[in-house]
Design a protein around this ligand. Structure first.
Ligand code: FAD
Length: 401
């Protein structure tokens, strides 16, 4: 058990086994936001013996949250990035454990197929990282791709690889399962900015006071902290489409098709095989228009749907005429370059800003939560420079995919 010296936690909080006490007068930590970053932070804090309250303005895994909806890719390839590949690896194991304990699966190990022009540097660095770190994968030349996946059209000059032991996470179910696994529930409550009393305790809502606050508010962070994060975390509209193959056509389901990512020099298009009868998913990763997560329209656009159909006709012609069986409009919560935010609110030693998932955060929930919990429980832990507030600029220059 880690010491909590100087953290300002309730005496003895870390020395006890995980428990479900009656609500304390003052919680060690209040986590504001029950998206994937918030629930995994609460999970780690609770497992380490801290008393934790979780609140969310709309509930856990709700339709407007970035963590809501059907599915998310979990992959280890990050072009050799020294932070995100190890975090994804750690997280994959944690997701597998929670998935195994639940009544319904969270993790589907379909594998992840990457393809791109054979000369792509990001892809080459990803494969080098997988090889150097002994992560099971299979490299494929053009002939190999065409033989293994005849339902996909690969272009001359392309090559790829498959991460054989990664795949997809079920998103909304996943965040609910993590919170339940921690023995926690979320209160329906919209929190305001922090206001400590004379003793340094923060009132989050009626009957809810805490010594530490973690604002894991995803795309809402700049609404809660407009002075600090306005222009530094930018929500963008992202559309997702699910198409239905004909009954009995298994070419677009696992195991015939893994999760796939068409890297295309960073103009990433990605999708899923049919998981749990939800249809073949396709999404475009480039950022859409800037939106407000409370009020943006959740209806897909005619242009977006036409673009998806055009892509299908080129890459997955067997689905060119397939019906759209459901669709979803969500938002990324982008930092300037795609790095996460995990840093103290200026002027408040015990208040943290957590977010900036930037379209790739879901998979990392377990590793993000562990790191965030460590900051609270061991306050001398240095902030990762790439996650610092100081590195969050107002000009978008995406570097992380
Ligand atoms: C279409 C789409 C596809 C994606 N694909 C992938 C993928 O394949 N792989 C991957 O790893 N990641 C993916 N992501 C990114 C990932 O889903 C997000 O980065 C991640 O879910 C962000 O989680 P979060 O906890 O920061 O935010 P959220 O899930 O939005 O959670 C924030 C929560 O805070 C609550 N809140 C806000 N303000 C307040 C307040 N004042 N008081 C109380 N509660 C408040 C909100 O209600 C919300 O529930 C995708 C995202 C989208 C939208």
């Amino acid at each position: 058990m880690t010491a909590i010296a100087g953290a300002g936690l309730a005496p003895g909080a870390a020395a006890e086994a995980p428990r479900r006490p009656a609500a304390p007068a003052v919680y060690d930590v209040a986590v504001i936001g029950a998206g994937v970053f918030g629930v995994w932070t609460a999970w780690h804090l609770a497992k380490r013996g801290a008393s934790v309250a979780v609140v969310d303005a709309y509930g856990v895994g709700h339709a407007r949250a970035s963590s809501g909806g059907e599915s998310r890719v979990i992959r280890l390839s990050y072009g050799g990035d020294p932070i995100y590949s190890p975090m994804a690896r750690e997280s994959l194991d944690a997701w597998a454990e929670v998935s195994a304990r639940g009544r319904e699966p969270i993790l589907h190990l379909t594998g992840v197929l990457w393809f791109s022009p054979a000369t792509d540097a990001y892809m080459a660095k990803s494969v080098d990282w997988l090889a150097a770190n002994k992560v099971e994968h299979r490299r494929m030349d053009l002939a190999g791709l065409r033989a293994a996946y005849p339902q996909v059209v690969f272009r001359d000059g392309e090559s790829g690889f498959v991460e054989t032991k990664s795949g997809a996470l079920i998103a909304g179910r996943g965040v609910r399962a993590v919170l339940a696994d921690a023995g926690l529930e979320a209160r329906l409550l919209k929190a305001g900015p922090p206001e400590p009393d004379a003793g340094g305790v923060y009132a989050v809502g009626p009957d809810l006071r805490a010594r530490h606050l973690i604002y894991a508010c995803g795309p809402w962070l700049p609404k809660v902290f407009p002075q600090v994060l306005g222009g530094r975390i930018t929500p963008t509209r992202q559309e997702v489409y699910h198409f239905g193959a004909a009954p009995g056509d298994l070419r677009f389901s696992a195991p015939a098709l893994p999760v796939w990512a068409d890297f295309n020099g960073g103009e990433l298009v990605y999708g899923m095989p049919d998981l749990e009868g939800q249809g073949f998913k396709i999404a475009f990763d480039p950022h859409g228009a800037v939106v407000d997560p409370d009020t943006q329209s959740r209806q897909i656009s005619a242009e977006g749907l036409a673009r998806a159909r055009a892509y299908l006709a080129q890459r997955f012609p067997g689905l060119a005429e397939a019906p759209l069986i459901h669709a979803r409009v969500c938002q990324y919560e982008n930092s300037s370059n795609g790095d996460f935010l995990m840093d103290r609110l200026p002027g408040h030693d015990r208040v943290w800003l957590l977010g900036g998932g930037s379209g790739h955060g879901f998979k990392h929930g377990p590793a993000v939560g562990r790191r965030m919990a460590t900051h609270v429980l061991e306050p001398a832990t240095p902030v990762e420079p790439r996650f610092s507030l100081a590195t969050k600029a107002t000009r978008a220059e995406r570097a992380i995919y």
